[in-house]
Design a protein around this ligand. Sequence first.
Ligand SMILES: *Cc1c(COP(=O)(O)O)cnc(C)c1O
Length: 396
Amino acid sequence: MSAVYRKSLFNIPLGMIYLDGNSLGPPLKEIESISENVIVKEWGGKLIKGWNESNWMEQPLSVGNKIANIIGGDKGSIVAGDTLSIKTYQALAAAIHLKPKRNIILTDIDNFPSDIYIAEGLVDSFNSNFELKKVKKNDIISSLNEQVNTVLLTHVNYRTGAMFDMENITNKVHENGSTIIWDLAHSAGAVPLDLKAINCEFAVGCTYKFLNGGPGSPAFIYVRPDLIKKCYPILRGWLGHKAPFDFNNTFEKSTSIEMMRVGTPSVIQSSILEKSLDVFRDLDFHELREESIKLSDLFINMVERTCSDLHLESPLNSSERGSQVSFSHPFSYAIMQALIDRNIVGDFRAPNIIRFGITPLYVSEEDIIQTVKVLEEILSNRLWDNPTYLNRKKVT
Ligand SMILES: *Cc1c(COP(=O)(O)O)cnc(C)c1O
């Protein structure tokens, strides 16, 4: 087993090969203590006193600091809360006000829909000639010009797993005098990240994917420390105020990253997340990355050899790929259903992609070999051609 493998720490159904940690990570076994410690003792035992006595109010910052350790941010540069869609709105709204003379937001046309919708909604709320420009990923750099205010990109594409060269793009955006926001939804907890070295202005991400925080766990926002004083929150909730319990009727922003807080934090979910993040404390991300590449390359090579009907949608070159492998096939939805029926869980993204999250914390080489074996059986015997597999569920 690899040095990063620690499946015994997780609650994953016996016999299941779980290849969907890029969509929803599994719970740590240790999480079960939350029910006694946080629900029974803190909430039930202390009720309203819990806010002070159990440091619930500080949690968004303490969780943010733990995330900072994982993605290479300074202490006090990240706060947790809300959902990624909200955090994307906040980052974008803060960013564009830093360059008032520039009127273009540039993004990848294949970005995750929420990132695009949020940007479009923000642009629509202005009475000006502000514009969202969506271009193909290879045209991002050539689309930079003196009108580009902010570039909003997701580091690893949710559909294909294609990964941007974060350093190169950030440098090009900065040379152009523009601001960059990195969405780390599919990279935090999956690939080595060093926000300080990259020097990006903003970053956002969610925590229920590779960070295993559980369904609906809080998102996070990073603001480069020198900008915390300069930028202004547009979503102004009471907890972004510098003194929320003064209950002033005029907003004065917090002087810390807490200005990006909005409302009451989700204490139970944050407590789960806080424990989940501990799994990364002693983890060497370069070892994790190495193992992820080894498993992904093995997967791709074996599929190429034995399942030639599947078309690779991820980059073949591992340096251009996150921790996910995707294939397409005209009947990919049914193929995935057949696979799930055989206790191997990945997922499907319209129109025709099946995705496999490669998470070396709980996926081994044997799991990959077994997955390809079952895939081959499904394909060569057309086991996917079954009416129950063709029926599209609400969540795919
Ligand atoms: C998963 C994901 C989201 C989801 O946003 P939520 O507000 O957490 O539902 C947004 N953007 C990207 C790039 C994602 O991968």
